[in-house]
Write a new protein. Structure first.
Length: 420
């Protein structure tokens, strides 16, 4: 009843940016039919006009044709009624208007178009501490331009590391901490990243069962598909750039890079503050379809039984069955990255076939334990004790574009719209 009423009232959605996430966000909401008008800010004139925008919108090198995405092999073209002067078109019954004048959020004019909720997909405006009129633009410019809420399709990045995120901001991952969003207080919401979304759904079931105290340390590496920030061919770095690898061709190389997933994970799962955790990233030449390799060191009970591969898989299999949104998927089948492209609303697919564990004794020298008084081990024959530790390796697939991230971003967007 609530969703129908919102739709009939003429709910509008604003989207800033029309790159990979912006375009696929439009695909998602055209298919979902929750919003009956979507306003896309491009900020410039692409090609020669609206015809070229429609050309870009209706086809995709990764996901195929828009009408195929919506209706399968029986689909027919769904873009019509192009109005160059008004900058609008009809996309499968949803009115879509394109703004092509301003890139700075404060100048976009959401108020003039009746837009109260905006999703910023540009990846350019990530610091919620900056003032609306900050040189070069800022997230708060959307609020001054008329929006009441702004969702960011990336983690926040604060330029001044000495300050904290403002009280009207929050970072959420659907299915993990979406209820941390307070509609009365929060105006700018980060939807974290595709990697954080996948990682959070891998880590949360383990923390629920073992607790943070049992997890001695953890690390992850994401084997990540290429993104629009990388180069097709080698290029000379821009002035001041220090990472020379980002300018190398993604078509021909495996490229070491960084990820902010560790920091963002602590925001959505506070227990991670108690766990030594490190995150790394490797970019590979595929269009989409990424993989997280999660490694945990778990302290065992001396009396056993020890944690095994079946223990880990049972945790994920049960969590997947009990996950109401279906964000967590468990399988014992053998997959490759292409198999998970476009999987709807799956934050992560745990590949149980490849879960591995190994238990061994870790030698700990009590003399080197900080803060431990000598009398604590005075009666021992030696200061070295042996503790059973199990190392677990878990693999989680995710479609870093449409299947995992954009669909879950769509859920976050609709849930916020429902609360407005």
């Amino acid at each position: 009843m609530g969703k129908n009423k919102l739709h009939l009232d003429g709910k509008k959605l604003g989207v800033n940016g029309f790159g990979r996430i912006g375009k696929l966000t439009l695909w998602h909401h055209v298919g979902r039919k929750f919003f009956d008008e979507i306003v896309i800010n491009i900020g410039r004139q692409p090609g020669s006009g609206l015809e070229d925008i429609a050309h870009y919108l209706e086809r995709d090198s990764t996901y195929g044709w828009l009408h195929g995405y919506l209706y399968g092999h029986r689909g027919r073209p769904v873009i019509e009624d192009l109005d160059e002067a008004g900058g609008s078109m009809n996309v499968d019954g949803v009115k879509v208007r394109f703004l092509r004048s301003h890139r700075n959020p404060v100048e976009i004019g959401w108020r003039d178009h009746g837009v109260r909720l905006v999703v910023d997909t540009t990846g350019q405006f990530l610091d919620p501490t900056l003032e609306p009129n900050h040189e070069g633009g800022a997230l708060r410019g959307h609020l001054q331009a008329g929006a009441e809420k702004v969702i960011v399709s990336a983690p926040f990045k604060l330029k001044d590391k000495r300050v904290s995120a403002p009280d009207d901001t929050v970072t959420t991952v659907m299915g993990i901490n979406e209820n941390d969003y307070d509609p009365r207080r929060h105006r700018i919401i980060s939807n974290a990243s595709c990697t954080t979304t996948c990682l959070a759904h891998m880590v949360k079931p383990l923390i629920n069962v073992f607790g943070p105290k049992k997890i001695m340390s953890a690390s992850m590496a994401t084997v990540h598909a290429a993104t629009g920030s990388q180069e097709v061919l080698d290029r000379l770095p821009k002035t001041g750039k220090t990472d020379l690898r980002k300018n190398r061709s993604i078509m021909n190389n495996i490229i070491l890079t960084t990820t902010g997933a560790a920091n963002a994970l602590r925001l959505v799962i506070p227990e991670m503050e108690e766990i030594a955790f490190i995150a790394e990233s490797v970019r590979i030449p595929v269009q989409t379809g990424s993989l997280i390799i999660l490694v945990l060191n778990l302290q065992e009970e001396p009396s056993g039984p020890f944690i095994t591969r079946d223990t880990i898989n049972d945790i994920f299999e049960l969590a997947a069955r009990e996950n109401p949104q279906g964000y967590l998927h468990f399988t014992n089948k053998q997959n490759v990255s292409g198999d998970i492209i476009g999987m709807p609303q799956v934050a992560t697919t745990i590949e149980g076939h490849e879960t591995h564990t190994r238990t061994a004794e870790a030698a700990i020298d009590l003399k080197k334990v900080p803060g431990l008084e000598k009398k604590a081990f005075a009666n021992l024959h030696e200061s070295i004790i042996r503790v059973p530790v199990t190392q677990a390796v878990i693999y989680g697939w995710y479609d870093n574009e449409m299947g995992s991230y954009v669909n879950i971003l769509g859920d976050r967007t609709v849930s916020i719209a429902e609360s407005m």
